[in-house]
Design a protein around this ligand. Structure first.
Ligand SMILES: Cc1cc2nc3c(=O)[nH]c(=O)nc-3n(C[C@H](O)[C@H](O)[C@H](O)COP(=O)(O)OP(=O)(O)OC[C@H]3O[C@@H](n4cnc5c(N)ncnc54)[C@H](O)[C@@H]3O)c2cc1C
Length: 409
């Protein structure tokens, strides 16, 4: 007798591997596919920045980071919470710590030891991993894969798609899956950059002297929301955590209006009045630049930025006001090639609460390929892993219900 069809998990990033672990722990035979020659490439890349696994803030604040999708993501975080993630990482030998910003990292500050231990656990659970196995859609009911040995068709007991978004396509997630899902009646929102840099028409002088300079702390504001953090000046414009936190609203405004004006408070720890008072100190022989540095406490890049956006006001109140609200015009968003994540993906309307495609019973989705987005800070990995747990559990239940139905027939 042939063995029963396995559950296929397609995409070996954090979401897919977590779905595979959940399924295999529940007793399913699992085959994981990835189109790349090795698994978890984006996860390893995330490790280069220290691997910010999650954030330690209270759940009420945490869930708000998912913006308009907070309500949809909340049940995933109930299924696999921040605390669960930490216990899971520690179970793989990776003790964690909370950084000064509240972000949670493994002490190793990289992904490779965690991934190695994870793959060993999956192997012990009997999970088969097939690399260079690229899913290309369905042929009737069968899954179709391009492999080194040609095209393969596979039957399935359930399927979990965890194909990622479309950022950093050279790491594997290229968003090519969109038409295959649309062909079976699933709605997919366009995959666009999230957590990406924005273009600013800097002068050549600023670029030459300050590309790579970090402004910290700065408070960035847009459409009534303010974020304190880091702004990095780049050759093309700006990037950094605080920029990413506003990136969804900025991206939408640029798409709508052609550009967006973000204000930057260059001295967030001083009130306008105190700043004006300090600037009123006698300047002596100091140039205006030196005075702004010494009396105003502005860094060289902050002074240059201030001068970029127009004549520096002579009136001290106006000058203080300007320092507290430099208006930066952002004219575009950087592409998907280097964005940390993407927004868009499978719309929630096309999914049931168990993350099953309404148009393809037995097919579940997880991770960044679903239409949610979040800033950096650990929110991306937390939601990807948590949705992997949800999809994995639901696929187990579905498989059991089908077996039950067959046995009952
Ligand atoms: C530079 C960088 C730094 C980051 N740092 C952090 C961080 O510190 N903290 C954080 O929370 N997040 C971080 N992220 C984001 C995080 O890595 C992603 O959100 C996360 O990896 C998404 O997981 P996923 O499993 O949904 O997708 P992915 O990790 O993208 O995995 C999807 C997998 O599917 C495979 N695949 C795609 N199409 C097919 C196909 N047709 N057939 C077979 N396989 C296919 C791909 O090869 C890939 O391996 C970072 C991202 C980048 C780029």
């Amino acid at each position: 007798m042939n063995p029963p069809d396995p559950v296929h998990v397609i995409g070996a990033g954090p979401a897919g591997l977590m779905a595979a672990e959940t399924l295999a722990t529940g007793g399913a035979r699992v085959v994981v596919h990835d189109r790349m020659p090795s698994v978890g490439r984006k996860f390893l890349m995330a490790g280069r920045g220290g691997l910010n696994l999650t954030h330690s803030e209270p759940i009420e604040a945490f869930v708000r980071r998912y913006g308009t999708r907070a309500e949809a993501v909340a049940p995933w975080l109930e299924a696999f919470s921040q605390a669960d993630l930490i216990v899971w990482a520690e179970g793989l030998g990776q003790s964690t710590f909370v950084g000064s910003s509240g972000r949670v990292f493994p002490k190793a500050m990289k992904a490779s030891p965690l991934l190695r231990a994870w793959l060993a656990r999956l192997a012990e659970l009997g999970v088969e991993v097939r690399t260079r196995s690229r899913w290309t859609g369905w042929d009737g009911d069968n899954l179709v894969f391009e492999t080194l040995d040609g095209e393969r068709r596979e039957g399935w007991a359930a399927t979990v798609l965890a194909l990622g978004g479309a950022s950093w396509p050279r790491l594997g997630s290229d968003g090519a899956w969109r038409p295959w899902l649309e062909a079976v009646g699933t709605e997919v929102a366009s995959l666009v950059p999230a957590n990406a840099g924005f273009d600013v028409a800097w002068s050549p002088v600023l670029v030459e002297r300050f590309a790579g300079a970090v402004l910290k702390p700065a408070v960035l504001s847009f459409e009534g929301r303010s974020v304190r953090g880091e702004l990095v000046v780049t050759r093309y414009g700006v990037e950094g955590g605080a920029v990413y936190a506003l990136s969804a609203a900025l991206r939408e405004a640029i798409a709508r209006d052609g550009s967006a004006v973000m204000t930057v408070d260059l001295r967030p720890d001083l009130s306008e009045a105190v700043l004006a008072e300090r600037l009123a100190r006698p300047r002596g022989k100091d140039s205006l630049t030196n005075h702004l540095r010494k009396a105003g406490g502005l860094s060289p890049v902050a002074v240059t930025m201030l001068r970029e956006i127009g004549e520096v006001p002579g009136n001290l109140e106006k000058l203080a006001k300007r320092i507290k609200a430099v208006r930066l015009r952002l004219t575009g968003i950087q592409g998907l090639e280097r964005a940390i994540s993407s927004a868009g993906g499978v719309r929630f309307e096309s999914l049931n609460p168990s993350l099953m495609l309404r148009s393809r019973p037995g097919v579940f989705v997880a991770g960044e390929m679903i239409d949610w987005e979040a800033p950096t800070g650990g929110y991306l990995l937390q939601a990807s892993l948590a949705s992997g747990v949800v999809a994995g559990r639901a696929a187990l239940e579905w498989r059991a219900s089908q077996t039950g139905a067959r046995e009952g027939a």
